[in-house]
Design a protein around this ligand. Structure first.
Ligand code: 3HC
Length: 312
């Protein structure tokens, strides 16, 4: 039985009125938003690592600049999202500590290695492509600060996807047979992990029901996954490549592509910390936090001095 406050809250949600930080909200709404937004922010920051691996080895200066710009965007997206999370009363340092203790998640996709330059194209095209499908939907999320962060982030994401696809198109059109094989191998390695980014099937998702009722989510995991596949296969065909799924085929009756079963055992292993790069990613993030401590301390001392000057 809902309390008067909960009923008023749900009526605002149903009326598409954005919930703001100062508004009353159910404790569980606050907690699931801190859970999702913090993990989204962690994903942006950890997501910089696979690409960072290739900045010094980009094939041309132009590609290096594009990759650096994309990585810097991701750092900014992480900061927007940590700020949106803080409006709910969560502490940034605490949440980052929880990440480093392995208590909270970041997107499974970043636990796969980037073995060659084609992976930079595939990450831009498939990983950012999947993230865009998810984030475009999240622009309409019921929590105001999260929705506004998404609107800003989506403006920058489309360049990430286009530069990734352009890398692959260049390799497929002008590359040697070996480079074309590199593209196909990269797609083979990243196709299924990209589908896993959308989360478990709706029937296995503990949060989707409540998140849909509160309009935190506007579409379910399976709906967004299907949307991603439907828009990506024509791009794949234009590249002249395939995906490692013999069951993938257009279903005229459904108006969607049918596809094979996802290896959920692999998904849950990666979530448990047993993916190819989980330990390396967390170790790198911990080192970065320790090595960057002096910068934060210097900035705090400087800020305090500025405040004292203003008070004199
Ligand atoms: N990787 C890691 N954990 C995942 C996951 C994935 N791909 N998919 C689901 N999970 C976790 C959930 O976090 C949840 O665990 P928790 O209770 O400990 O948080 C559990 O698996 C059950 O999944 P649910 O579907 O029930 O959970 P959600 O309702 O939270 O849905 C989600 C999962 C679709 C990822 C949702 O949280 C979401 O939309 N998050 C915001 C988007 C996001 O995080 N995107 C990351 C992509 S990378 C990115 O954006 C960076 C870009 O620049 C590339």
């Amino acid at each position: 039985e809902m309390s008067a406050e909960e009923r008023a809250f749900q009526e605002k949600i149903d009326a598409e009125i954005k919930i703001e930080a100062k508004n009353w909200m159910p404790e569980a709404y606050r907690r699931t938003l801190i859970r999702q937004i913090s993990q989204h922010a962690h994903s942006e920051i950890v997501g910089m690592l696979p690409e960072g691996n290739w900045v010094t080895r980009a094939p041309t200066f132009k590609r290096k600049l594009q990759l650096m710009a994309k990585i810097q965007d991701e750092a900014g997206h992480g900061l927007y999202l940590y700020s949106a999370m803080e409006t709910l009363g969560a502490d940034r340092d605490d949440e980052i500590e929880r990440l480093h203790r392995g208590e909270v998640k970041y997107s499974s996709i970043f636990n796969y290695p980037t073995l060659n330059w084609a992976d930079m194209g595939t990450i831009g095209w498939l990983v950012d492509g999947a993230a865009i499908v998810n984030q475009v939907a999240l622009q309409r999320t019921s929590y105001g600060p999260y929705s506004r962060a998404m609107i800003r982030i989506c403006k920058e994401e489309s360049f990430h996807q286009r530069q990734g696809y352009e890398i692959l198109l260049t390799m497929m059109r002008e590359g040697t047979d070996e480079q074309k094989a590199m593209v196909q191998d990269s797609i083979n390695r990243f196709w299924w992990p990209s589908l896993m980014m959308f989360g478990p099937h709706d029937s296995d998702s503990p949060h989707t029901g409540q998140s849909m009722a509160w309009k935190i989510k506007r579409h379910t995991n399976d709906e967004l996954r299907q949307r991603f596949i439907d828009q990506t296969i024509p791009q794949l065909e234009f590249l002249g490549c395939t995906v490692p799924d013999p069951d993938l085929k257009w279903n005229e009756a459904r108006g969607h592509y049918d596809f094979g079963e996802i290896q959920w055992e692999e998904f849950y292993q990666v979530l448990k910390g047993n993916g190819p790069c989980n330990r390396e990613r967390l170790r790198t993030r911990k080192n970065a936090l320790d090595e960057g401590a002096w910068v934060r301390e210097a900035a705090m001392v400087y800020a305090k001095k500025q405040q004292q000057k203003q008070q004199q």
